[in-house]
Write a protein that binds this ligand. Structure first.
Ligand code: EPS
Length: 392
């Protein structure tokens, strides 16, 4: 079992994370994690705080001579900004007011310190570790920006390559459509002039996943459910879609699914991927496609009406320097968060105390599946069904 915990306030001394259950033998160095941390904080739309933080990770345990040894991995990211402002003016749309009610605080900062998206820095460090683990099995995960406000990048980007990843990293919005990115810049600057913020859609693609991760046998093992839960827990995300989930709700059954074809030499294949790589709560071998719909951040330079919880009476919400748009960061966070869920599913399916054991398990599984991808009239005797028949 793979699990993790994070701790740390936005303006406390540091963020920490502990990963337990990572197999031994994984090559892990801080450099790859730091590159992802830099992407999370540097994108267009982020506020002053991003430039104040360095976001470099220290690996405090679990790795010797550049490889995991199977023990808990402890990660630390230092916070450079450590002061905050007290306030009793909760921002509508923020965790402030429900948190004040729940934990009995009049100072919203005791809530905002942990509700802050700063927490996602450690989740990116943890999830990137999971992403490095997945790469050793040929699984690639890529997050990018699909839309900002009303500007949408058109086109499908699933067959992505190293060049696509570079293009994502180099675009200030992490958008794969250069023209759309220019329009996003204009939309953001116009929103800034109006003292407003913008939401949008981030997309995550997962390539190279073997079929059969997750399971249909019990509700809490469904891969789409596990991914959705994790994606929804990213601050600002209000809806999650797998494949063409939203569009298919308007379709007929006859046109909403991915028909199976067969050709000699090619075996079983599909021409479409409307399901977004998941059927019946299991990966089906196609690219997994997830979309995350993020609301505009609620801290506004022209704050929304609220109530002063200490003095009573109407007021306006707290304004502190803020991000204008966090969608590109959500793309990076979601890439890491999806990597985590898949690493968990991988560990569940292939177990193992070492990366080598898991690789052997994956190889045997792929070999075993071959007979179903290349069906012949007489079923091979290694499928579970024919094994049952043999026993009868
Ligand atoms: C955040 C408010 C801002 C953001 C912060 C998330 O922080 P501050 O109030 O210190 O200016 O910059 O994000 C980060 C610090 C980060 O690393 O992502 C909020 O209210 O959620």
């Amino acid at each position: 079992m793979l699990r993790f915990l994070t701790a740390g306030e936005s303006h406390g001394p540091c963020l920490t994370g502990i990963i337990e259950g990572m197999p031994a033998g994984l090559r892990l160095d801080a450099g790859a994690i730091n590159r992802k941390l830099e992407l999370r904080k540097q994108s267009a739309g982020r506020g002053l705080r991003s430039s104040l933080e360095k976001d470099t990770v220290e690996i405090l345990s679990g790795v010797i001579e550049g490889r995991t040894i199977g023990t808990p991995i402890c990660l630390k990211i230092k916070n450079f900004e450590q002061k905050f402002e007290n306030s009793s003016l909760p921002r509508p749309g923020h965790a402030d007011f429900p948190g004040m009610l729940k934990y009995d605080f009049i100072n919203l900062h005791y809530i905002a310190e942990r509700a802050s998206a700063r927490e996602t820095a450690m989740r990116v460090a943890v999830g990137t570790t999971a992403g490095i683990f997945l790469q050793t099995f040929g699984v690639q995960v890529l997050g990018f920006t699909r839309s900002i406000g009303k500007i949408t990048a058109e086109g499908r980007f699933d067959g992505f390559s190293a060049a696509t990843r570079r293009a994502r990293d180099e675009d200030p919005f992490f958008c794969l459509d250069k023209e759309a990115s220019k329009e996003m810049k204009k939309a953001l600057s116009s929103s800034e002039k109006r003292c407003d913020s913008l939401g949008g859609v981030a997309e995550v693609l997962i390539q190279g996943l073997p079929p059969g991760l997750g399971s249909h046998v019990h509700w809490d093992r469904r891969l789409d459910g596990l991914l959705a839960k994790n994606m929804m827990s990213i601050p600002s995300v209000k809806a999650v879609e797998i494949g063409e989930g939203i569009a298919s709700s308007y379709e007929n059954g006859a046109s909403a699914h991915d028909v199976l074809f067969w050709e000699k030499g090619k075996g079983v294949f599909r021409k479409t991927n409307r399901a977004g790589g998941i059927e019946g709560g299991m990966s089906n071998g196609e690219t997994v496609v997830i979309r995350l719909y993020a609301k505009p951040v609620p801290t506004l330079r022209d704050p929304l009406p609220t109530v002063d919880i200490q003095k009573g009476g109407p007021s306006t919400g707290l304004y502190v320097r803020s991000d204008l748009c966090i969608v590109p960061s959500v793309a990076i966070i979601a890439e890491a968060a999806a990597s985590w869920v898949l690493a968990e599913a991988f560990t569940e399916k292939f177990g193992g105390d070492t990366v080598g054991d898991m690789r052997a398990g994956l190889r045997a599984y792929r070999k075993r599946m071959k007979s179903l991808f290349f069906p012949v009239k007489k079923r091979q005797k290694n499928s579970s069904e024919s094994m049952l028949k043999e026993k009868e």
